[in-house]
Design a protein around this ligand. Structure first.
Ligand SMILES: *Cc1c(COP(=O)(O)O)cnc(C)c1O
Length: 498
């Protein structure tokens, strides 16, 4: 199967090439030419299999240049790094399930894909006969950066540079990145927000001059952001798997529809759910949950995408995003894959900061999407209430989804629902602790300890040990300095002083 660019359908590349390049040279995103189908019969078979096998099977449908055995080797290696079941489905109430995607090395759902991507990338380069070193550039709102660093650290033939907004991530997220180990890593904080970091990185990808200068040093660029197809693909698998789990436990019968409620930022996670639905997973609603940076809520309700609005920092920082890159892939489908129209909308976005689509499109073929948002108060109330009712602790991102779900069902939908849980609450200890206690201000580590006493939930070792780790990366850059940093980085930037 080939991949085409959302901005030029005549441009066709193989799966390996889409993964190696990350983004198309025309600025578009790679999408599969056709979406493979999963029959109910196949789903029943997958229900009997392990997660590693399910994921390898789903990926094999999209990557003809890889064998099932190769993919199974990657998923096996990747999910060995997880504690127990990579994505348990926890039943917290009648017809209500939480899909916990944070049992990986960095305690956020980004691990589901970023433990697989390095295997896909290294193998893709081999298949294409590329010997260049790959320089991975990442703009992060917190969780992608750490997960990408862990995924790519000391992977031969790769270097990774991560940029995050200095004041836009949680204390634990910052420490996780600043203490990163590995000989091929660089981490820089920038003065600005996530969108600034993302725009700077996207510009570098679109700049041929930079590409050539790096090439002369033996490097080619690639992306570990969710614009890379190799990021989205492993995510489709857990939606298929959650459905299989519900079939396996007889919570649903073959063909029954379910809802997924997803906390959204860059729109990668819920887009993977949309692709799973298009492949044949029976879905009633895909519920898109936002925090007060509710640009996606407005888009689904009005058809207008307007980035000219105030940007808020919230306790769910991985969703503090105004330019959701992966929405481009959904728009492409909304426009019936009309690349010229899509390109026009994207240049309108770039020039004016907004665009609009006909709402009738949303009401017709895209009525499967519902959208809502939670304020900061709604979010902490939800953490408190759900702990009270279910004895279950949500991180702030997942709490946003839980709140939006509670609002959504007021309209009377009783379809079984999976709330997609994207982070371990200890990554955001202070906010979670203050949501469920009367205790005053504390630091994150004290909050984590108290949270542990209050809830009995175990603190992940990797988070508890952050306190004593050496801080390797402290550089803070202007957003305009990112380009130079990439062009001129040296061993010293990688923290290798000796
Ligand atoms: C990245 C992230 C999100 C948003 O996911 P997208 O795929 O960007 O929409 C939500 N929650 C957490 C904890 C995240 O790390």
């Amino acid at each position: 199967m080939n991949y085409i660019s959302t901005r030029d359908c005549s441009l066709k590349v193989s799966g390996s090439e889409a993964i190696v390049k990350g983004i198309s040279a025309d600025g578009g995103l790679f999408v599969p030419e056709v979406l493979p189908k999963l029959s109910q019969e196949v789903l029943r078979e997958l229900a009997e299999q392990s997660y590693e096998e399910r994921a390898a099977y789903v990926m094999s449908l999209f990557l003809e240049d890889f064998s099932y055995e190769e993919l199974l080797e990657y998923t096996t290696k990747a999910y060995q790094r997880f504690e127990g079941d990579p994505c348990p489905l926890v039943n917290i109430d009648d017809g209500l399930f939480v899909l916990e995607l944070w049992h990986g090395p960095t305690s956020a759902f980004k691990d589901m894909a970023l433990t697989v991507l390095p295997h896909l990338l290294v193998a893709s380069k081999k298949k294409m006969g590329i010997d260049d070193k790959t320089l991975i550039l990442v703009a992060t709102s917190g969780d992608t950066g750490k997960a990408a660093l862990e995924g790519f650290r000391d992977i031969e033939g790769t270097e990774i540079m991560v940029f995050y907004p200095d004041e836009g991530v949680s204390a634990m997220q910052k420490l996780q990145m600043a203490t990163q180990e590995g000989a091929n890593v660089y981490v820089g904080a920038i003065r600005g927000n996530f969108d600034d970091a993302q725009s700077a990185v996207k510009e570098i990808f679109a700049d041929n001059n930079i590409a050539e200068r790096l090439k002369s040093r033996g490097y080619s660029l690639s992306s570990a952001n969710s614009i890379n197809w190799g990021r989205l693909l492993p995510q489709i698998a857990y939606y298929v798997s959650a459905y299989c789990d519900l079939l396996g436990s007889e919570e649903i019968a073959s063909g029954d529809k379910i809802n997924f409620c997803v906390p959204c930022g860059n729109f990668g996670n819920i887009l993977a759910a949309y692709y799973a639905m298009r492949m044949g997973i029976p879905v009633n609603k895909l519920i898109c949950a936002s925090n007060i940076n509710n640009i996606l809520t407005d888009f689904f309700n009005t058809g207008i995408y307007n980035t000219k609005r105030q940007f808020f920092k919230t306790m769910s920082p991985s969703m503090d995003i105004l330019i959701s890159s992966n929405l481009e892939r959904l728009l492409f489908e909304m426009l019936n894959r009309d690349d010229a129209k899509l390109k026009a909308l994207m240049s309108e976005l770039k020039q004016t900061g907004k665009y609009a689509v006909d709402v009738s499109l949303l009401r017709k073929d895209f009525a499967c999407f519902a959208a809502g948002f939670a304020t900061e108060e709604d979010t902490s109330d939800t953490i408190y209430n759900n702990f009270d009712i279910y004895d279950y602790i949500f991180d702030p991102h997942t709490a946003v989804a839980a709140y939006v779900y509670n609002e959504y069902i007021l309209d009377g939908d009783d379809t079984p629902t999976v709330i997609v849980s994207t982070a371990n609450p200890y990554k955001f200890s202070r906010d979670v602790y203050s949501a469920i206690s009367e205790g005053g201000e504390t630091d994150d580590f004290t909050a984590a300890k108290r949270l542990n006493l209050l809830t009995g939930m175990e603190i992940p070792d990797k988070i508890a040990s952050l306190r004593d780790m050496f801080i390797r990366f402290e550089e803070v850059l202007d957003k305009t300095a990112i380009k130079e940093k990439v062009l001129n980085y040296t061993d010293k930037d990688r923290g290798n002083n000796g």
